[in-house]
Design a protein around this ligand. Structure first.
Ligand code: FE
Ligand code: FE
Ligand code: MG
Length: 166
């Protein structure tokens, strides 16, 4: 913990740490949902979907890294027990029990829309009390917005392909 760095957040540090730990749980669950989905994907444009999901998995893991670093800077502890991810998550985990690309995309788009709401919330919550966390939330938000668009573009291409094949 950096003492002056924490002092500018002051009395708000614990509430920010708690928000960040919820986002941290989300990132690990999103990482695994993408990673396992990329391995199991079946159906039209499978190769393109697998590549996109794996790239997003890498991004979510990088987000977990960024969020954990910020928690530690604020003097907090990132969740160390994976079973607690389920208790703290905002966005949950959708097991890819049906690995058809259409289903995977629906599940992961829902996850991205939740992530967008979470980081938009952290950004707004922290804007006046913790500019460093606010800035980090903005950086992650930019990625989540891109992720949603990537997945919706794939969804559209797959729909066009399936319509053509009747
Ligand atoms: Fe993320
Ligand atoms: Fe994402
Ligand atoms: Mg992408």
């Amino acid at each position: 913990m950096g003492t002056r760095g924490r002092s500018i957040v002051g009395e708000h540090a614990d509430e920010v740490i708690s928000l960040l730990n919820r986002a941290y749980a989300d990132e690990w669950l999103a990482y695994y949902q993408y990673w396992i989905g990329a391995k199991l994907a079946k159906g039209p444009m499978k190769e393109a979907v697998m590549a996109e999901l794996m790239q997003h998995a890498t991004d979510e893991l990088r987000h977990a890294d960024m969020v954990s670093n910020r928690i530690i800077q604020l003097g907090g502890d990132p969740i160390i027990e994976p079973k607690l991810w389920y208790e703290h998550t905002n966005c949950g985990y959708d097991a890819p029990t049906d690995p058809h690309v259409v289903q995977l995309l629906i599940q992961n788009i829902k996850g991205e829309q939740c992530a967008i709401d979470v980081y938009d919330g952290i950004l707004k919550h922290c804007r006046d009390i913790d500019p460093v966390t606010s800035n980090m939330a903005l950086q992650i938000l930019e990625d989540e917005v891109e992720h949603e668009e990537d997945l919706q573009a794939l969804q559209e291409d797959i729909q066009l392909l399936m319509a053509k094949q009747g």
